[in-house]
Design a protein around this ligand. Structure first.
Ligand SMILES: CC(C)(COP(=O)(O)OP(=O)(O)OC[C@H]1O[C@@H](n2cnc3c(N)ncnc32)[C@H](O)[C@@H]1OP(=O)(O)O)[C@@H](O)C(=O)NCCC(=O)NCCS
Length: 190
């Protein structure tokens, strides 16, 4: 084959690889139905009361009836979410939970927090999607605008400061902040 033909063939192969979908057809249908629900029922029901928790349960989330979320909290795939009681997902929180995200009881994610449950293998030309898991323990506070990176675990009782970029696991009962997030102090309770 001429080099032009080989090039055309390889770019055809690459296009085929990029077209390969990382999810099943059921996943796309589930996401479409969830989006329709989110833009309609989710938006109008009260934050207080169990209706949002009920909607999440209908889409396969393992959440407590006492899990709270705002009208503009976005959960990419409810079926990948586990959340404990009295846990609150604040305004504009974005759970990009391509993999599982587990949030413990009495934990709060303040406004504009982004939990990133996926990345790409940039060492491969096809940039395959990697789905990762995030665990956020009990009694955690993730303050406004923090970014929780792929695969990161936040230990029980930890505090993540506003606008922190967390790319490594956070020890229990510590306060971290900055970009990249580093230990600020131990969290001491009165
Ligand atoms: C992380 C936080 C809780 C720490 O509060 P604190 O215990 O009172 O800490 P201090 O103000 O005593 O600061 C201690 C050190 O951490 C640094 N620091 C505090 N917050 C930081 C942050 N978000 N990112 C990076 N460094 C931070 C301070 O500069 C200080 O550094 P220094 O010792 O070198 O001077 C607080 O700063 C914070 O981010 N609060 C969140 C606010 C918020 O999101 N509000 C919305 C509520 S819904």
């Amino acid at each position: 084959m001429s080099s032009g033909g080989a090039l055309a063939g390889s770019s055809r192969n690459q296009r085929r690889l990029f077209r390969r979908r990382p999810y099943s057809i059921w996943n796309y249908i589930g996401r479409l139905l969830w989006k329709i629900t989110w833009y309609t029922i989710w938006k109008v029901v009260s934050r207080r009361g169990p209706i949002r928790a009920c909607l999440l349960k209908c889409f396969g989330a393992r959440v407590s009836w006492m899990t709270g979320a705002f009208a503009d909290t976005w959960i990419e795939m409810p079926w990948n979410l586990t959340a404990g009681s009295h846990c609150l997902l604040g305004p504009r929180v974005h759970l990009y939970n391509l993999g599982k995200v587990q949030i413990g009881s009495h934990s709060v994610l303040s406004q504009d927090v982004y939990v990133c449950g996926g990345t790409h293998d940039y060492t491969s030309a096809e940039m395959p999607l990697i789905k990762t898991q995030n665990i956020i323990g009990n009694n955690v506070w993730v303050a406004a605008g923090a970014f929780i990176g792929p695969g990161v675990t936040i230990g029980d009782g930890a505090v993540v400061g506003a606008r922190a970029v967390v790319v490594k696991d956070v020890e229990p009962w510590t306060v971290v902040g900055g970009n990249p997030a580093r230990l600020i102090k131990k969290r001491e309770m009165r």
